[in-house]
Design a protein around this ligand. Structure first.
Ligand code: ATP
Ligand code: MG
Length: 339
């Protein structure tokens, strides 16, 4: 079932033109000249219930602007959005009952109130029945360990604790759709993993739909099955992780050290792969102390390659590395920049 529909959405920001100096400041008071910024340009996508979608883009690409329109904080300049049948910027409160939001850069929680009271307030705000609330809270506490700091006012929480608290607050009313804008920003690896675990677990158990923006591509690699990439407000990729990898070349490398390294030429190593099935990206390069073999996993495997090497050389050591999604996304940004 489709829960999110974004159709030809654009957002322009008008900011008053600035003129330099004191005279300029005076001039600015009396003229109405604006610069127009196209933050989001004609974006469309649909999202099915239960999907975890990674929303990627460089700084200033328009990610937060899109999320703000989907949560009803901003109204699109043109186009339409529907979240579970509700137009968020027209029925903001009704929409709020269905969604959860975390802006990693800024807490949504009341600064001076102890966390336990915060959740009680949310329970009343969302009108959550006692039993449902209890079950939900226990579940979230189990995944996120909220009891460790539940009595503290929010302002005294560490960044990691605060993020866990924020995430729990966004999920307490069992929303259908959850928007996470940089949910792991500034967290250490252990807390990051906890946050990801919570997202995965909630998604599995309640079929909750997630859209998350992040600059940490491990988040995406571990959570999302689908990614949408925007660049300068324009959508430039929408599809599966797998497709992205094959479309933009998902290459791996094996770095091999062999005995009698100096005596072995690049051509000699290349020769052992004669007749092996591989793609045009296949490459062997001799570096200072090893051979680096680049290959596409869709055409041959690590064991295909290693068997041939073992048969011809005395291999001392080897390391396999996969091209991360970082490299692929960089490539998309570069290509989008050339348009
Ligand atoms: N309220 C606003 N008024 C004017 N310009 C804005 C406003 N909000 C955002 N912008 C501009 O719109 C563009 C997109 O901003 P947005 O915050 O959506 O980017 P982002 O993809 O979330 O970037 P980041 O990764 O840095 O968070 C930027 O150029 C930004 O300066
Ligand atoms: Mg942002």
């Amino acid at each position: 079932m489709k829960v999110i529909s974004v159709c030809n959405v654009s957002k322009q920001f008008k900011t008053p033109k600035k003129f330099p100096g004191f005279k300029g400041a005076l001039k600015g008071l009396f003229t109405r000249e604006y610069t127009v910024k196209n933050a989001v340009s004609n974006i469309s996508f649909d999202i099915e219930e239960g999907e975890i979608v990674g929303y990627l883009g460089a700084n200033g690409a328009g990610k937060s602007t899109t999320i703000k329109m989907m949560t009803g904080i901003l109204t699109p300049s043109s186009g339409t959005i529907s979240i579970d049948g509700i137009v968020p910027y027209e029925k903001r409160e009704k929409n709020a009952m269905n969604i959860g939001v975390v802006f990693g850069q800024r807490t949504q929680l009341w600064w001076d109130i102890p966390l336990n009271e915060t959740y009680t307030l949310l329970k009343n705000m969302y009108d959550i029945p006692e039993d449902a609330y209890r079950e939900r809270f226990e579940f979230l506490d189990g995944v996120l360990g909220l009891h460790e700091f539940i009595m503290q006012p929010v302002r005294t929480l560490s960044l990691g604790q605060r993020m866990k608290a924020d995430l729990a607050a966004a999920l307490i009313h069992n929303p259908k759709v959850v928007f996470l804008d940089e949910p792991t920003i500034g967290l250490d690896v252990v807390v990051k993993e906890k946050v990801r675990e919570a997202i995965r677990e909630i998604n599995r158990r309640y079929n909750t739909t997630f859209i998350l923006t992040t600059h940490d591509l491990h988040d995406i690699e571990e959570l999302s099955t689908r990614i949408i990439v925007i660049d300068k407000g324009v959508k430039c990729y929408d599809g599966s992780m797998e497709n992205l990898k094959s479309q933009y070349g998902y290459l791996s490398t094996i770095t091999v050290r062999i005995q009698d390294f100096a005596a072995v030429s690049e051509d000699a190593v290349k020769a052992v792969f004669d007749g092996m099935k591989h793609s045009s990206e296949f490459n062997v390069k001799k570096t200072e102390d090893s051979f680096v073999i680049t290959f596409n996993k869709q055409f041959c495997t690590v064991s295909d390659i290693m068997q041939r090497l073992f048969a011809s050389f005395s291999v001392a050591d080897f390391v396999v590395q996969e091209t991360g999604i970082e490299d692929i996304v960089k490539k998309i940004y570069l290509e989008a920049g050339e348009r």
